[in-house]
Design a protein around this ligand. Structure first.
Ligand code: AMP
Ligand code: ZN
Length: 118
């Protein structure tokens, strides 16, 4: 459930400080330490699931995926992003640009997002 070498597991244990926004039994939302937009949060799974692909094996009822997605929307709403819109991102693997192998959803807002992404 916990990987001692994982930076997000260490944040969840309180070993590394973070600026928390919301939490529930399934996830924790914090401000990203290296924001890529005026508002940039990440919703982290409490369980050490390495990536979204791993959910197929571990999230039979879909409750982790569903809860994290709903928390991401709630974070965006509470940050006042609903009127103009926002972007939720799950980077996966090397080509997806994932740098921390612990499932998380980025919540980005406060500026016009570009498509296609870089
Ligand atoms: P990804 O590249 O999609 O795996 O996203 C990892 C994200 O975690 C990046 O946006 C980092 O800026 C962010 N991050 C890394 N370390 C921390 C930390 N200690 N506190 C908050 N965010 C972090
Ligand atoms: Zn972890």
């Amino acid at each position: 459930m916990t990987d001692h070498a994982c930076i997000f597991c260490r944040i969840l244990k309180g070993e590394i400080p973070s600026r928390q926004i919301l939490e529930d039994g399934v996830g924790v939302a914090i401000h990203d330490v290296n924001p890529q937009a005026p508002f940039h949060a990440i919703v982290i799974a409490r369980r050490h699931v390495p990536d979204v692909a791993s959910l197929i094996a571990v999230d039979g009822e879909g409750s982790i995926a569903g809860n994290l997605m709903k928390m991401a929307v709630k974070v965006a709403q509470e940050a006042g992003l609903s009127a103009k819109g926002y972007r939720l991102v799950i980077n996966t693997g090397e080509f997806g640009g994932q740098t921390v192998d612990h499932l998380h959803i980025h919540v980005l807002g406060g500026r016009q997002m570009l498509w296609p992404p870089g």
